[in-house]
Design a protein around this ligand. Structure first.
Ligand SMILES: [Zn+2]
Length: 338
């Protein structure tokens, strides 16, 4: 049960999201997986030692179930990270990261799990600890001096079916390709848990194939059959697609910022040198393009697809009016530009 106040705020938030987010997108097309990608998915015909009961031990349960009474997720800004493998731009300096919710998480995944309301005890696995690990939870890399796996397992202990649905939606909206693995359902045999892959970081090829499988509504297992237990919203699919685009399909860690999408209802949007149409036009970005917003500032008031706003978004190449950018919020979601 939600309190009256929470329900009221939630209702306002729902209206707000309806007003600002393009929920349905007929252009959302993801190609089917190639034979090579299919071959990388986990084999559901053998015992998966990474996801057995003795691996997915949940800690002492605090009752965080009420955090999943709704499926609303606040936008999460992705911090810059230093890729210890040395192939990130040398100029990248991390902004202050919050302490990791759990060892083995990517800092952005950690922030996103916090934004979803996930308690640390619920995270049962990050970097794999199964001795005969199939490798999906093997270390993907190291950032800011800490090893991470893009794959995270969550306990569903204490959650109702509705709360698990809401948690999956929150995870999707925050950039996780996530499945509820329920014994006997959608090709899964084994311990009940959520397996979630964070899309905006460098990851192993098997996990890239899993994200691609999720994006086309499949189960991320070798059967690659339709995932039916939960139907993700268009907003969740967009979020994961956006985050995956930021990491160049899971091949880089360079995706700091906040994902947005241009919506002009047709015309290209002009990129400006500053937060005003009186500044120089430096180029344009196509309607429907995914962009990464690194910072925002106030400037000329512009009326666009999403109402009237003085907010301008800094993207690659310059500034665009926020009134034409779907960000999930009318407010400022990225740091203020210098
Ligand atoms: Zn897992």
């Amino acid at each position: 049960m939600r309190s009256t106040t929470v329900a009221f705020v939630s209702a306002l938030l729902s209206l707000h999201l309806l007003a600002c987010v393009a929920e349905d997108d007929p252009d959302f097309v993801e190609p089917p997986l190639t034979a090579e990608e299919l071959a990388l998915l986990p084999d559901d015909s053998v015992v998966d030692v990474e996801h057995t009961d003795d691996v997915l031990v949940a800690g002492p349960a605090e009752d965080d179930a009420a955090a999943f009474d709704d499926d609303e997720a606040w936008p999460s800004y992705d911090v810059a990270v230093v890729d210890d493998d040395g192939d990130a731009p040398a100029a990248v300096t991390p902004i202050a990261n919050a302490a990791l919710l759990r060892w083995g998480l990517h800092p952005r995944a950690s922030d996103a799990l916090r934004a979803a309301g996930v308690a640390a005890w619920r995270i049962t696995q990050t970097i794999g600890n199964a001795p005969a690990s199939a490798g999906y939870h093997a270390q993907d890399g190291s950032v800011n001096g800490h090893p991470y796996s893009a794959a995270t397992d969550l306990s569903v202990s204490g959650l109702s079916s509705t709360q698990i649905h809401n948690l999956l939606e929150k995870l999707g909206k925050l950039g996780f390709a996530a499945w509820y693995r329920k014994n006997g359902v959608d090709g899964w045999t084994g311990a009940n848990h959520i397996h979630a892959v964070y899309a905006n970081c460098k990851m192993k090829t098997q996990l890239r194939a899993q994200v691609r499988s999720w994006l086309v509504g499949r189960n991320g297992l070798v059967s690659n059959r339709a995932y039916t237990w939960h139907a993700f919203s268009a907003a969740a699919k967009h979020a994961v697609q956006n985050k995956f685009a930021q990491s160049h399909g899971g091949t880089s860690n360079g995706g700091a910022g906040y994902p947005g999408r241009i919506n002009t209802s047709g015309a290209p949007l002009t990129i400006r040198a500053g937060a005003s149409t009186s500044t120089a036009a430096l180029g344009s970005v196509a309607d429907g393009a995914y962009v990464t917003i690194t910072c925002q500032k106030r400037g000329q008031s512009i009326s666009g697809t999403y109402g009237t706003s003085t907010l301008w978004d800094h993207i690659a190449g310059g500034y665009v009016a926020d009134a034409y950018v779907s960000t999930g919020s009318d407010g400022q979601i990225a740091p203020t530009c210098d």
